[in-house]
Write a protein that binds this ligand. Structure first.
Ligand SMILES: Nc1ncnc2c1ncn2[C@@H]1O[C@H](COP(=O)(O)OP(=O)(O)OP(=O)(O)O)[C@@H](O)[C@H]1O
Ligand SMILES: [Mg+2]
Length: 455
């Protein structure tokens, strides 16, 4: 990625010397001779990093820093300061400068600092791109996914929602089955009527029966008054039968009858009631296997499963991880009043590499704790739960498709180094490169300081 740097100094020698040095490193550099000119240039909106002197005629470096920070907080500003005025630099840091350099300038330090600042900038931009993508992918409120599998599910939802067909949603725990049910209701002509949810596993058979169909006064001990059931409450709306695989055979027969005849009686009642209800059911069980075992009625299965929506496990659609992680990060940063701009590359690799047995629910919890624990403005590997962190310590390295070779090299070297617990000789040896080369690369990426690289 090519970045555009703005160098501001009223001393011509310094500004041009700096520009030349930075251009030699492959950056795109523009210069300004004072604060006003710099601010004008900055407002074009294409600058990724600003290096500015503090004392200048007109708009001072401090004022320029303040303007940039309030208007474009993602753009790092490095301030230059003369000898003996370090206090000014410290003030500038307090006011949001990325870092400072004292004159006369040490070009090696400058180069390292610029690299680090640009890495930071890249993270901010990446995060912003994901956020934009998020806006475009927000198919239904808070329902996120851009993997082919999820796109297909969104299409199916749009197709079946307007109909009255029963839908059976299958998939492991935490994949988002309830969100599918919500979306079906919201996109249906029934959206202004009730969406009633029944958690079938939570209730014993007799209770479930009276919960679903209601009961008359005195139907059983404790039935002190008439109670309307969920089928009645869902009239003209949608009834979501969650964990349908858990229900008792007797209740299965009764549900089957409502599906076939749209009729039922309250428990202990004689009157036959008629309802217009759209049924959406969900299960994380393999109902076909339950049918084989004789615990689930085949006829009910076919009635429920007019349309099947299978939500794949998160590990089968890893493309959704970055987008989901970004969405949850945003949600919890807001909730916790924290300014967090992104997820650093190693943490991202770990999130991607992990298997997510608890699926999206687990990822959501993971991002919540990461946001709460984060000390800096990005999520790092240390902020992730140990189980997730471990996935990055495994013996394989995950390299996303379509990244530049240089980025892949970074991932390989950093991951190997972390696998060997920071042992550089060992890392250089297994990668088949010299120790010097390894040191130079790490210093270039700002992973270690230039001094460390020389020893
Ligand atoms: N695609 C998604 N986009 C945003 N959030 C999601 C997505 N999928 C799941 N979630 C979130 O993950 C959590 C679990 O989702 P949900 O309750 O729908 O899963 P489930 O499949 O019904 O799980 P269970 O079988 O355990 O009931 C919820 O907080 C939900 O908001
Ligand atoms: Mg659920």
């Amino acid at each position: 990625m090519k970045f555009k740097l703005l160098v501001v100094d009223d001393e011509k020698n310094i500004r041009e010397g700096l520009a030349a040095a930075l251009q030699l490193e492959g950056h795109d550099v523009v210069v300004a001779a004072d604060g006003d000119e710099a601010y004008k240039r900055f407002q074009k909106g294409d600058i990724d990093l600003v290096i500015t002197d503090l004392r200048m005629p007109g708009l001072s470096g401090e004022e320029l820093l303040r303007k940039i920070n309030t208007e474009s907080p993602g753009v790092p500003v490095i301030v230059l300061t003369g000898h003996g005025t370090v206090e000014n630099a410290v003030d500038a840091m307090r006011n949001g400068a990325y870092d400072f350099l004292t004159k006369p300038l040490n070009l090696d330090r400058l180069s390292l600092l610029v690299k680090r600042a640009l890495q930071n900038r890249e993270l901010v931009l990446q995060h912003r791109r994901l956020e934009e993508e998020l806006e475009h992918n927000r198919t239904f409120e808070m329902f996120i996914g851009n993997s082919p599998a999820m796109r297909k599910i969104f299409d199916t939802i749009r197709q079946v929602a307007p109909t009255k067909a029963s839908v059976l949603i299958t998939g492991e725990s935490g994949v988002g089955k309830e969100l599918v049910a919500n979306a079906i209701h919201e996109l249906s002509p029934r959206k202004n009527k009730p969406l009633i949810k029944v958690h079938c596993a939570a209730l014993a058979a007799t209770l479930l029966e009276s919960e679903l169909f209601g009961h008359e006064k005195g139907a059983f001990t404790g039935a002190v008054g008439r109670k309307r059931g969920r089928f009645e409450l869902a009239h003209e709306g949608t009834l979501f039968l969650d964990e349908i695989g858990e229900i008792d055979q007797n209740v299965q027969i009764k549900i089957l009858r409502v599906l076939q005849e749209k009729k039922f009686e309250r428990v202990g009642g004689e009157e036959t009631l008629e309802v217009d209800v759209r049924i959406v059911a969900a299960t994380n069980r393999d109902l076909k296997a339950e049918i084989e075992k004789g615990t689930f009625r085949e006829d009910l299965y076919y009635r429920l499963n007019v349309v099947n929506i299978h939500v794949p496990a998160l590990r089968e659609r890893k493309e959704d991880i970055p987008l989901l992680a970004t969405a949850f990060l945003k949600e919890f940063a807001k909730e916790n009043n924290k300014q967090i701009d992104g997820i650093d590359p190693r943490a991202r690799t770990a999130l991607y590499g992990y298997d997510w047995p608890g699926n999206v629910r687990e990822l959501r919890n993971c991002m919540e704790s990461a946001v709460v624990l984060a000390k800096g403005s990005v999520i790092t590997l240390d902020d992730l739960p140990p189980t997730v962190r471990k996935s990055s310590e495994s013996t394989s390295i995950h390299i996303p498709l379509g990244i530049p070779l240089e980025e892949a090299e970074k991932i390989i070297i950093r991951e190997t180094l972390s696998a060997y617990k920071g042992n550089k000789s060992k890392t250089a040896e297994v990668l088949g490169i010299g120790r010097k080369t390894l040191h130079r690369k790490l210093a270039e990426w700002g992973d270690i300081s230039g001094d460390e690289a020389e020893d």
